[in-house]
Write a protein that binds this ligand. Structure first.
Ligand SMILES: Nc1nc2c(ncn2[C@@H]2O[C@H](COP(=O)(O)OP(=O)(O)OP(=O)(O)O)[C@@H](O)[C@H]2O)c(=O)[nH]1
Ligand SMILES: [Mg+2]
Length: 285
């Protein structure tokens, strides 16, 4: 994959980061959402620092798009690190139980303190953080049982922080996605672009298609077989494969099968989850 660094830090992220610093002080729990397909690359070290010693839960989103074996390995990895972590398909909202379990001690502690000092019962304040497009707003809507905040499959949908009250026990803070200031490791940036967390303008689609092809060839050589009716790509050449896909899907430029159009198709189908369930990194890789 591309080894060149990527520098990308728009102004609204700088602003969001400063705002988040203020919120950390007033929240009880930080839910850090990462994409299950690349839980390492989709963690933001800046947010990690910001969270300090606050109670924290790592939520691996989009498990329905990830390789289940690899997701299990990631959950074990976080467990070994002593970091509470759960995985979920946020669009199905089946994580409520796990979340309630994970937050039980926190709630109990808060209620006990309130009782001791005869304080009024306050909701647990949960701040939801993560890089763009990992599902922060989807998580909140799912908990709320209705659409309270905007979601969309592209980076930068949430632009400002917003508090949402959930019953008696919780108040959630939706936040805009924040990326690290730069990616000295170009391969990490490529993964984030494939997950839709980095804007399409930052990394060209054709380059992404080559990177994805190379990754599939090494890790999931059967990935394209079912969808495009082509052979295992272990020995295949990227250009030849793109050419083949273009012919199969009738993607032409004039009378020639279009290599570029095939690249766009491949990336779109990967992003839409049509190709299947794939993880882009494994623990300690
Ligand atoms: N398949 C699948 N899609 C998901 C899941 N969680 C979120 N999505 C989709 O991912 C896209 C991004 O979700 P959002 O909730 O807008 O992400 P966000 O983290 O709030 O993004 P920003 O506001 O841009 O930072 C949407 O198209 C969601 O429907 C999941 O667990 N599985
Ligand atoms: Mg959002």
């Amino acid at each position: 994959m591309n080894q060149q660094g990527v520098h990308y830090f728009p102004g609204h992220m700088q602003k969001a980061l400063r705002a988040l610093e203020g919120y950390v002080k007033v929240v009880d729990l930080i839910v850090e959402i990462v994409d299950a397909r690349a839980p390492f690359s989709s963690r933001n070290p800046l947010l990690d620092q910001l969270a300090g010693n606050k109670a924290r839960l790592v939520l691996l989103s989009k498990e329905d798009r990830a390789d289940p074996v690899v997701t299990k390995a990631w959950l074990d990895y976080f467990k070994q690190q002593g970091i509470p972590a759960i995985s979920s398909n946020l669009t199905e909202g089946k994580f409520q139980k796990a979340l309630t379990e994970a937050t039980k001690p926190l709630v109990a502690k808060k209620r006990e303190k309130e009782a001791r000092f005869a304080m009024k019962k306050q909701p647990i304040r949960v701040m939801v953080i993560g890089i763009p497009n990992v599902g922060k707003s989807t998580f909140i809507n799912s908990l709320a049982g209705k659409k309270k905040v905007h979601v969309g499959n592209k980076a930068g949908v949430t632009r400002a922080e917003q508090w949402i009250r959930l019953g008696e026990d919780f108040t959630l803070l939706d936040t805009p996605g924040v990326l690290p200031m730069n990616y000295p490791d170009g391969a990490m940036a490529v993964r984030l672009a494939l997950l839709g967390s980095m804007k399409e303008e930052v990394l060209p689609t054709v380059e992404l298609a080559y990177a994805l092809f190379g990754y599939f060839r090494e890790n999931y050589p059967h990935a394209l077989a079912a969808r495009f009716g082509i052979d295992d790509i272990t020995e295949a050449d990227a250009d030849e494969t793109f050419y083949q896909i273009a012919k199969i899907r009738l993607l032409y430029e004039g009378s020639e099968p279009s290599h570029t159009k095939a690249c766009y198709l491949l990336i779109k189908e990967f992003k839409d989850g049509i190709l299947g369930r794939f993880s882009l990194e494994v623990p300690n890789a």
